[in-house]
Design a protein around this ligand. Structure first.
Ligand code: NAD
Ligand code: GLY
Length: 370
């Protein structure tokens, strides 16, 4: 059974399809969307070795002409250099505005291929076929596309919505456990933001979903995408509610920046998992949230195999001043004041503008000092 979730954005509305065996159906589904399109598939070397053949065969069967561009795996591709290589490769495919770029891969491929599609010929349409848990529940939905700059992560980007998202649960079977756990952080995020019932479900079902129970994993992806689709439809450009999706991310981006985000030491989802636990602990530190809820948040994340103590996070040890400095570069900040997503309890996240930096530095020192 395939679950269809619309992302309602007026004439840019699209569907996120979730189910098993979708990669093999990609050709017929893309043909239904754009019968005469020429396709340029973008994927990384790892995903090419595992899943590209099924996609190519499916496009072939549907009579859709296609070319494939394979790039190395890793965050380093989300760079000016990666953009230049992919832009030239896509231009060589001679796509026009009726054609489609298909991003087959994790968040790195989705972000890079989506951004490149968005700027080539003033905008080529694209389809997301996310192959990591993180990409299925978060990055493939909502149209944020970007590359990194030396000054920070995702600083050069576009809102560029895909025309279709195909989330095939079967492709997650080849994902390394560490990547699956990292993606789980973004699943738990939806419970922590505004859905205590789903938070409780995540606590109880983490082991099953991460252990290969397809029903549990499908439900995790479905509830996450429904939640994200609703938020994106209400606030596409992040004027308000969408900022809640950044719960834990200001801490996470600081860890990633200090660890060197293109070196593969710390995975984005790992940083987000720890960052969310810290956002809850900082909320408790400020007296905004019951410390019991901060403990509960950390326990549920730990059930998914996520590290919630920054002293043990890959990339440690950390320097509190360097973390605070990295947080000062966050895109959500306004007028030089720090914006943080904090919480009043489980499922009660809110945006705090002008977060107290002295209290934050004390908190960070306490959290990272061994
Ligand atoms: P990724 O794309 O680097 O994929 C992780 C690793 O898994 C890669 O080595 C990849 O080759 C491999 N892989 C992918 N699918 C596989 C499969 N099915 N089987 C085996 N291996 C597979 O990382 P990610 O965690 O998917 O994405 C992280 C990126 O997403 C970051 O750059 C982050 O900034 C971005 N992101 C974007 C958004 C957004 O809204 N656009 C949201 C969250 C994260
Ligand atoms: N990943 C956060 C967002 O899409 O807004």
């Amino acid at each position: 059974m395939t679950i269809s979730i619309p992302v309602n954005l007026a004439n840019r509305t699209y569907s996120v399809e979730i189910g098993q065996g979708l990669l093999a159906q990609a050709g017929s589904r893309i043909k239904a969307l754009r019968p005469n399109a020429k396709i340029a598939i973008v994927c990384d070397e790892t995903v090419a070795g595992l899943h590209l053949g099924v996609l190519e065969a499916s496009l072939q069967l549907s009579g859709l002409p296609h070319a494939t561009i394979i790039i190395p795996a890793g965050e380093a591709q989300k760079s000016f250099a990666g953009l230049e290589v992919l832009s030239n490769a896509l231009l060589a495919c001679e796509l026009d505005r009726g054609d489609l770029v298909v991003a087959l891969g994790g968040g790195v491929i989705g972000d890079l291929a989506g951004f490149t599609a968005g700027i080539l010929k003033r905008g080529l349409d694209f389809v997301q076929i996310p192959t990591t848990l993180l990409a299925q529940v978060d990055s493939s939905v909502g149209g944020k596309t970007a590359i990194n700059a030396p000054a920070g992560k995702n600083l050069i980007g576009l809102f560029w919505q895909p025309k279709l998202v195909l989330a095939d649960i079967d492709v997650l079977a080849t994902l390394p456990d560490r990547e699956r756990r990292a993606g789980w952080a973004e699943v738990v995020k939806y419970g922590l933001i505004n859905d205590p019932g789903f938070f409780g479900w995540c606590h109880l079902n983490a082991a099953a979903a991460l252990g290969g129970d397809v029903t549990a994993m499908t439900k995790a992806v479905q509830i996450s995408v429904e939640s994200k689709a609703r938020i994106v439809a209400a606030d596409e450009r992040e004027a308000g509610e969408r900022a809640l999706l950044n719960l834990g991310h200001t801490f996470a981006h600081a860890f990633e920046s200090c660890a060197g985000w293109d070196e593969g030491v710390l995975l984005h989802g790992e940083a987000v998992g720890c960052g969310m636990a810290m956002a809850y602990r900082f909320s408790a530190h400020l007296g905004l949230c019951d410390p019991k809820d901060a403990n509960l948040a950390a326990k549920a994340l730990a059930k998914g195999g996520l590290e919630t103590d920054p002293k043990k996070l890959p990339g440690a040890p950390w320097n509190a001043e360097a973390l605070l400095q990295a947080m000062a570069h966050d895109k959500k900040n306004e007028g030089g004041k720090l914006t943080l997503i904090l919480a009043r309890g489980i499922g009660k996240a809110f945006v705090m503008k002008d977060a107290p930096t002295n209290a934050l530095l004390d908190f960070l020192q306490n959290e990272v000092t061994v």
